[in-house]
Design a protein around this ligand. Structure first.
Ligand SMILES: [Zn+2]
Length: 496
């Protein structure tokens, strides 16, 4: 499957037609931004921050590829910052439309975006005080005030309820597991439908419900974070029990970088259960996040979106000491083990966990427990790969602590689970765009989709453009081993 490649100037697109421009999450798992152009309307599906390698991070600072004022609406699949974290900047740059998402995603954004602004300000302030930035003064990408003003444009909708983000374009959001409120987004224009997987959760996650099958679609844009991997069968409880027993028994500190929303609650839940059963030595457990209390309250508010009952939430809360202020956060670094600290960000790209790494990573008695995907170019990826030191705020921090990567803590479907989700689509789509994966993962998934489902699949590049109306009727491009005659008749996006 090829697509009309117009990487030159995204802002020079003609009006009319139904097109998709890839403005992020290409060859990376961060910066999800997909621009749908329907006639003369523009809808942005997800509006994420780039993280990881420097050329990617610099895209956060570059002008947005199209004028934000020309975008009619944003549709969000979920609240994670690599899907929502650019919103305050988009609004500050002139976007005035609505931001459509599920109610739970709106609630989470209400907590996460101001927190993101606050952290960006804290980091810029720290860099200025310590003189560790090349920029004088170092400025935050956006502030807490910017984030709060962007929230006024949020518009919550129910799962499966049709809405019209722009005249002539209908949309629905369907449950994807992953985190509270996470959805796949389907957009329809002139009878052609495209579904964006967002981040696909796991069918048997201990906390989140299983994703529902994709909507009937002409095109599917799927994530591919683990497109080249199968999650091992082991249980998270056993993995955590082993490392916590070992490290707490020797008086060590266990530092767990974790997304404050989603993975943190899963870890706290499992650790609280281990403590309650006496399976691990008793030790205080801290959740260092200003968002923690608000997020736990959302688990109680949206109880139909996850598997934790009141008793499990009570156990979790009793076992966890929540740290909110900067002073308390600093005091933790002077404390001795044994203890457990869960703190964001999950890939150690920023946030308070950096200060805990400075304090605890040099001591071999301690442990760093990584629990999610570590994108290339992040400190988390370096630590996972066995780096002896990582650079934090201009200093080299020795990594002498034991490093453990949990394999059963992922919030993302693995390769088999993504294929299982695609397979239950009501009909084969005309084509699948494989995004939100590093190059090997995206390409491995593309190959499996072509070989095992017999569907046309393509890994788009940054700023590539695909024509969604002209697909039907042009020359078919038969997949290597087409299992479906319908799929081989269906047309890939023609090249121009
Ligand atoms: Zn996510």
């Amino acid at each position: 499957m090829q697509s009309t490649n117009s990487a030159a100037s995204p802002d020079s697109g003609q009006s009319g037609g139904f097109r998709l421009r890839f403005l992020g999450a290409n060859a990376t798992v961060t910066g999800s931004r997909h621009l749908v152009e329907a006639g003369d309307r523009r809808i942005l599906v997800d509006c994420g921050l780039f993280q990881g390698y420097k050329p990617l991070r610099l895209r956060n600072w570059a002008p947005f590829p199209v004028d934000p004022a020309s975008i009619d609406a944003v549709v969000l699949t979920h609240a994670h910052l690599d899907h929502s974290g650019y919103l305050p900047r988009l609004v500050r740059s002139g976007f005035t439309g609505r931001i459509w998402c599920t109610h739970a995603t709106a609630s989470l954004c209400g907590i996460m975006l101001p927190d993101s602004g606050r952290l960006l300000e804290e980091e810029a302030g720290y860099a200025n005080r310590k003189g560790t930035s090349k920029h004088h003064p170092a400025l935050p990408l956006y502030t807490e005030v910017d984030a709060n003003s962007s929230l006024r444009q949020l518009k919550g909708v129910a799962f499966d309820q049709a809405f019209e983000p722009a005249p002539g374009v209908m949309a629905t959001l369907r449950r994807q597991g992953h985190i509270l409120g996470a959805a796949a987004a389907t957009l329809e224009y002139q009878g052609t439908r495209i579904t964006f997987s967002g981040d696909l959760g796991r069918p048997h996650d201990p906390v989140m419900l299983a994703p529902v099958p994709p909507a009937d679609s002409d095109w599917i844009v799927t994530e591919s974070t683990y497109g080249d991997r199968a999650h091992p069968a082991g249980s998270l409880k056993e993995e955590l029990r082993d490392v916590l027993r070992r490290v707490l028994a020797r008086g060590g500190v266990v530092v767990i970088p974790a997304f404050a929303v989603g993975r943190a609650q899963l870890l706290l839940h499992v650790i609280a259960q281990l403590q309650a059963a006496g399976d691990i030595p008793s030790a205080p457990m801290f959740l260092n996040s200003p968002m923690a209390t608000g997020v736990t309250a959302l688990y109680r508010q949206y109880r139909d979106l996850h598997r934790l009952d009141d008793a499990a939430l009570d156990t979790l809360q009793r076992a966890t000491q929540v740290v909110t202020s900067v002073e308390q956060s600093k005091a933790l670094n002077r404390r001795k083990g044994p203890m457990i600290i869960v703190s964001a960000s999950g890939m150690a790209t920023g946030g308070r966990v950096l200060h805990h790494l400075i304090a605890f990573a040099p001591d071999p008695r301690n442990a760093i427990v990584l629990c999610g995907f570590q994108a290339g170019g992040t400190r988390g990826a370096s630590i996972a790969a066995g780096a002896r030191a990582v650079r934090i705020y201009g200093q080299d921090v020795a990594i002498n602590a034991e490093v453990v990567q949990l394999s059963a803590a992922s919030a993302h479907a693995d390769s088999d689970e993504i294929l299982d989700w695609l397979r239950v689509a009501p009909r084969p789509p005309r084509g699948v765009f494989v995004t939100h994966g590093e190059p090997d993962a995206a390409d491995a998934l593309r190959v499996r989709i072509e070989r095992e489902l017999g569907w046309s699949a393509h890994v788009p590049e940054y700023l590539e453009c695909a024509d969604l109306l002209r697909g039907a009727g042009s020359q078919p491009e038969a997949p290597a081993s087409s299992a479906s005659s319908q799929a081989s008749r269906t047309a890939p996006v023609p090249s121009s």
